[in-house]
Design a protein around this ligand. Structure first.
Ligand code: PRP
Ligand code: ADE
Length: 180
């Protein structure tokens, strides 16, 4: 990845203090999407984390994955599959679901993908903005496998996960959280 993009990502990122009711700072990624230069460079840079991987599809979870995933899919010249979080409007067709372990907010989410959109033989890249526990990414890998496709790895903008999770989920990222 170019050092220009690293510098731009760090410069456009903010930790915001939401006030006394919240015990910790919250990340603000909006500067990344607001920058035409970053938005233009993100997809190719993340696609470049998995060169020569014969990928056929990108899978990403709502909601921020719906921004980042299509950027990477366009760069890879493959299609994009949305993964929904359970608990709101049902999707009126067969879905493949997986239950995630507690994620970085302590939530146990269900993630679901339209079954017909993943095909046996697909080589899927899981894409997300940030990986901490890896719970959501792991659940997406389970869905991909249940559909007969192959999870090749996880491409993220920021990785904050342990070396064990990095190895297990084959996480490659543009930044480590410590850089922000
Ligand atoms: O590695 P994990 O602990 O599973 O955390 C990673 C997930 O957490 C964030 O989503 P979140 O649902 O918090 O926010 P979003 O709706 O803005 O995407 C991020 O976009 C990843 O999807
Ligand atoms: N957007 C985010 N900010 C901080 N930590 C996270 N862990 C997963 N997603 C995150």
């Amino acid at each position: 990845m170019s050092s220009d993009l690293t510098t731009a990502l760090i410069g456009a990122f903010r930790w915001n203090d939401p006030g006394q009711d919240f015990p910790h700072l919250v990340s603000d990624l909006s500067g990344w999407w607001r920058s035409p230069e970053i938005l233009h460079a993100l997809g190719p840079a993340m696609a470049g984390l998995f060169p020569d991987s014969d990928l056929t599809v990108v899978v990403a979870p709502e909601v921020t994955g719906f921004i980042v995933g299509p950027l990477v899919a366009v760069a890879l010249e493959v299609g994009f599959v949305e993964a929904y979080k359970g608990g709101h409007s049902p999707v009126a067709e067969p879905m493949t679901w997986a239950h995630a372990a507690p994620d970085h907010k302590g939530r146990r989410l269900s993630l679901g993908v339209r079954t017909r959109q993943l095909r046996p033989g697909d080589r899927a890249l899981i894409v997300d903005d940030w990986i901490t526990t890896g719970a959501q990414s792991r659940a997406l890998g389970e869905i991909v496998t249940a559909c007969g496709a192959v999870p090749i790895g996880t491409a993220a903008i920021v990785a904050e996960c342990t070396p064990e999770v990095t190895a297990e989920l084959r996480v490659r990222s543009l930044l480590r959280a410590e850089q922000l």
